[in-house]
Ligand binder design. Structure first.
Ligand code: ZZB
Length: 258
């Protein structure tokens, strides 16, 4: 599976993570790295998700940069030549996902550039980087999780201001309009992020509809089909140093239906 790894620089660490990071990363900039199959939706990022019981690491990639992701992803990246020399894994620290919640990051290409890290129940430690960038306009999982968090901020131990950014229209589809994911979630009567079966179905529909029938509403490739824009947005982000190719090795169970 070929993902695009998206780099979001940490702007301000959460209170719980600050003391754990201090003194451990040198002068490096730290980026949270999210794996996506939909680089063309990055204009609509509203937050970032981590799993609260997942362990993450901060890994040096050079004297200037460090990446925050799972150890498993750092290892894959190292063997894909992200670190120099190839194969090097230099872990600076380990941190629990729960402690990252509330961290403010700069989401590249997003219309809302400053977004917060929030908790999601369904983040898989065994897929991508364990960090998920949230695009509630086009991802049913992201829309439903954001809805849950807003309804029960206290239960999820978040400050409601961290979940305040509304879904941003970035792609128009003939069947579902400018906010495809919310429309599908409504149509399938999905109530919570615990409705994983219906969410898997919603994701399939959203992928197909967006890819085959979607038109870009914003950005450099506004007016173009998603099919045309997708590789162009990806290339543009890579050229800007805000993204890189990340492949998931074969033979690991990361099935769509979960
Ligand atoms: C942004 C985005 C925007 C995504 C969208 C999807 C959609 P798949 O198809 O099952 O391989 N993701 C990445 N890593 C994880 C993880 N560790 N745990 C849970 N979810 C993860 O899923 C790939 C997508 O799942 C990725 O692409 C990421 O969310 C999420 F508008 O990134 B995506 C219709 C989907 N739309």
């Amino acid at each position: 599976q070929e993902y695009t790894a998206i780099k979001s620089e940490v702007v301000e660490w959460s209170t719980a993570s600050k003391s754990l990071i201090e003194g451990k990363v040198g002068t490096r900039k730290v980026f949270m790295v999210a794996a996506t199959l939909r680089p063309e939706t990055m204009y609509g990022q509203t937050n970032c998700f981590v799993g609260t019981s997942i362990k993450y690491g901060v890994f040096a990639v050079s004297n200037k940069e460090a990446y925050l992701c799972t150890y498993r992803a750092a290892r894959n990246m190292a063997f894909q030549g992200v670190t120099d020399p190839r194969g090097t894994i230099d872990q600076l620290l380990e941190i629990d996902g729960s402690k990252l919640v509330g961290t403010k990051i700069r989401a590249p290409f997003s219309i809302n550039p400053e977004v917060y890290v929030l908790p999601m129940d369904n983040v898989l430690a065994t897929k991508g980087t364990g960090v998920v960038t949230s695009v509630p306009s086009d991802s049913p999982d992201d829309f439903q999780t954001l809805t849950d968090l807003r309804k029960k901020a206290e239960f999820y131990k978040i400050d409601s201001s961290w979940a305040a950014i509304d879904p941003v229209p970035v792609i128009s589809t003939p069947t579902y309009g400018d906010l495809t994911a919310p429309a599908i979630v409504k149509q399938l009567k999905i109530q919570s992020q615990k409705d994983t079966k219906q969410l898997a179905e919603a994701k399939e529909i959203a992928y197909k509809e967006g890819f085959y029938n979607g038109t870009m509403l914003v950005g450099e490739f506004k007016g173009q089909s998603v099919q045309d824009a997708k590789p162009k947005v990806r290339e543009s982000m890579i050229q800007a140093g805000l993204a890189f190719a990340y492949a998931e090795p074969e033979g690991i169970v990361t099935s769509r239906s979960g």
